[in-house]
Design a protein around this ligand. Structure first.
Ligand code: HEM
Length: 191
């Protein structure tokens, strides 16, 4: 496995972890209960959401960090942290870096949600959606071979990213539709 393969696999892992984190977050926001609903078992969705969010940030950090060890093209630390002048596809790399920074804000403010208070935390948590949009944009359009900037969009990795994007889009639209009501059972009318 080459360093480029490793970087690509870490990036795909980040997309997978971000997708699971987003879907679990939407379930929590909709007050989904795995005891009341399927699979009728006690599952701590909150803890899984928290752990997959750590995995998302760690994988999103490692994915570009591997590029520092490439001989050609040469990526400097600044090309990873602020890749506006990075070799090849600088705009797409910049979109990926902004996604990473937004994810770090969402994660850190979640860990500080008690001191900062729920209303501000919740508003900052919505940054997860633009972060996911930039992550999908970056991972779908970048050339994993760092060659001509024209990726094969029918490659397995790109199909995986497109599928993950469609699932997240459908779940986010469904969340908008049932906002307020959530997945709680309807209250019985008082007699
Ligand atoms: C990469 C980091 C994270 C991402 C991308 C993420 C994403 C999301 C998303 C998309 C939602 C649904 C928001 C909505 O539609 O209302 C959500 C909800 C939630 N997240 Fe996260 N999250 C992350 C980290 C965390 C962490 C670290 C915690 C806690 C320590 C946390 C706690 C929660 C809670 C409690 C909710 C439910 C909010 C409610 O009650 O409406 N999240 N998350």
């Amino acid at each position: 496995m080459t360093l480029l393969d490793l970087s690509a696999y870490l990036g795909l892992g980040a997309v997978g972890a971000a997708t699971i984190t987003l879907l679990l977050g939407l379930l929590i926001a909709l007050r989904y209960s795995p005891v009341r609903n399927w699979p009728h078992r006690r599952i701590n969705i909150f803890a899984i959401h928290q752990w997959t969010s750590y995995a998302t940030v760690v994988l999103t950090l490692l994915h570009p960090a591997v590029l520092l060890f490439l001989h050609t093209p040469v990526f400097r630390v600044v090309d990873i942290l602020w890749p506006i002048h990075s070799p090849l596809q600088p705009k797409l790399n910049f979109a990926g870096a902004i996604a990473l920074y937004l994810l770090v804000i969402v994660l850190l403010t979640s860990l500080l949600r008690h001191p900062i208070g729920r209303p501000l935390w919740k508003r900052l948590h919505f940054l997860a959606f633009p972060a996911a949009a930039l992550l999908f944009l970056h991972s779908f359009l970048t050339d994993p071979n760092l060659k001509d900037g024209h990726p094969d969009l029918l490659d397995g990795g790109k199909v995986f990213v497109a599928g993950a994007f469609l699932v997240c889009l459908a779940a986010s639209l469904a969340r908008l539709r049932i906002r307020g009501k959530g997945l709680r059972p309807l209250a019985l009318p008082k007699v």
